[in-house]
Write a protein that binds this ligand. Structure first.
Ligand SMILES: [Zn+2]
Ligand SMILES: [Zn+2]
Length: 494
């Protein structure tokens, strides 16, 4: 099929090499292996048949081929990632989100210097913001028309002509237009380079995510002031990979500041911004061990003298008046303590629920799912959480375990019948939600052993957020000792 078989160039990405090779052989867009679908992510290799086809057609060794992929680079940097989910630090190619989000990048000077212009794998990673060779900031769009560049442009429309990689695929002008080769000293220096090791990249990612939470505004401001970071308005509640380059650079520099002189900067920021263990609830397990250790040992606030029956009752009243859900963690947050034995004994829990309570909860769940707000993301997150809870109730597995269940085990839970009527009612409700849930949350790229359900960001779902949602329902008209005991409903199985 191919007469010309160019070898990959230094640091080249899989999609760039395939496109160059395709072009040399007369294709406008590189052809997929016979029978293979085009991937959403052209810099990954997911199909063994495709790997074999590429090796045979281009006389390339499998090892050499795999070196061109995103996974290979992440692995060689030692970055944590899960095969089945979205890859950490990788800029997304979803064309529908391209306008507002982080984009695949390029160095115009590298393209200008290249004998055969090609795209580097390094330009796909959110932690790279500068060209190591030219010390200049990378670009994320065509300087003429603003369109996304290769490989995001692969999906924009079907090509109608032969276009070399240095050309914008939309307006056909050169991507290096307006950039001139200059002496390195005249260009801006510094920036984030890709030669940080994986351990610090994992830490950097964790702190970047933390800084992007709406709750971290104060911390963000504190660091920006101390580290002299110039910043525009930073978008909150998204992942670091979704930020435009300038904002990403600010957040990465701020995260690096937190890690600098570890843990001195971090602890001083935590003290100044009143950050304690509770701030990290639900996400701490994602942090590298060295960070977890410091947070668990240095940020625990135990205050036996301050917490009294009276202060706990007052906190409960305040939370209820504000319409919040009364959970131990909400009370701890209100009291600004990380642990309180008095609180634990006050909010005692029952180990069994009654059938009547089970039925009542099912009714509440059914109504909530049927009358959820019109906002699609809200409704589908609600349905997903209820679905997970119902599976936990039916199977007796803890919520956390259901969050990690594969598609096959979810299906098994749905079809294994029980003699207990209320469990069968829960199963019917779960079956009804299955179709909706699969549409919004099922991982698109099924792999053996990968979790069936993922969050909107492609990350594993956290048990605690499911628990929080269900215990909020339970506060409608359930006795207080059941409020946090989401697990008691699986006791109805026997
Ligand atoms: Zn360059
Ligand atoms: Zn253009």
């Amino acid at each position: 099929m191919f007469l010309l078989r160019p070898p990959p160039l230094s640091g080249e990405s899989l999609s760039s090499w395939r496109q160059r090779a395709g072009e040399m052989n007369g294709f406008w867009r590189y052809p997929p292996a016979p029978g293979a679908a085009r991937y959403m992510e052209p810099d990954r290799l997911r199909d063994d048949q495709e790997v074999r086809w590429l090796c045979d057609e281009f006389s390339i060794a499998e090892d050499e081929l795999r070196c061109l992929t995103l996974e290979h680079r992440l692995r060689s940097l030692g970055i944590t990632f899960q095969e089945a989910t979205k890859l950490r630090w990788v800029l997304r190619l979803n064309p529908s989100q391209v306008g507002s989000s982080g984009r695949s990048m390029y160095c115009p000077l590298c393209l200008l210097e290249d004998e055969a212009p090609y795209f580097r794998l390094a330009w796909r990673f959110a932690f790279t913001t500068h060209c190591e060779r030219h010390r200049c900031t990378l670009q994320e769009k065509c300087p003429t028309c603003g369109s996304p560049v290769w490989p995001a442009s692969i999906q924009v429309n079907a090509p109608t002509a032969w276009l070399p990689l240095i050309t914008c695929r939309i307006c056909r002008s050169s991507l290096a237009q307006g950039f001139r080769l200059a002496h390195p000293a005249t260009l801006d220096r510094g920036g984030t380079s890709s030669n940080i090791d994986g351990k610090s990249l994992d830490s950097l990612w964790y702190f970047a995510q933390l800084l992007l939470r709406a709750r971290s505004r104060r911390l963000q401001k504190y660091i920006f002031e101390r580290a002299h970071i110039d910043h525009a308005e930073i978008v909150t509640s998204c992942t670091i990979e979704h930020l435009p380059l300038g904002q990403r650079q600010a957040i990465i520099t701020a995260s690096a500041w937190l890690l600098h002189d570890w843990p001195t900067n971090f602890l001083s920021a935590a003290a100044a911004c009143e950050i304690s263990l509770g701030t990290f609830s639900g996400t701490l397990h994602l942090a590298p061990d060295c960070i977890q250790k410091v947070i668990r040992s240095r940020l625990v606030k135990r205050d036996r003298n301050k917490v009294t029956h009276e202060s706990i009752s007052k906190a409960i009243e305040t939370i209820a008046a504000e319409g919040g859900s009364i959970t131990k963690s909400a009370i701890r947050r209100a009291l600004k303590v990380s642990e309180s034995s008095l609180l634990n004994s006050m909010i005692a829990q029952r180990r069994r629920a009654t059938t009547d309570e089970g039925r009542r909860l099912l009714l509440i769940i059914e109504n909530a799912c049927a009358h959820a707000t019109d906002q699609r993301s809200h409704r589908s997150a609600l349905q997903r959480d209820c679905f997970i809870f119902l599976l936990s109730m039916i199977s007796g597995q803890r919520v956390e375990r259901v969050c990690k269940a594969t598609h096959a085990s979810v299906k098994t839970i749905l079809v294994t019948s029980s003699e207990v009527a209320v469990i069968e009612e829960a199963r019917a409700l779960a079956k009804g939600l299955y179709g909706e849930v699969i549409k919004s949350f099922a991982s698109r790229e099924h792999q053996i052993g990968s979790p069936f359900l993922l969050s909107r960001w492609g990350e594993p779902i956290l048990g605690h957020s499911v628990r929080q949602r269900i215990s909020a329902f339970m506060q409608i008209d359930f006795p207080e000792d059941l409020w946090r005991s989401v697990d008691v409903f699986s006791s109805l199985r026997c």
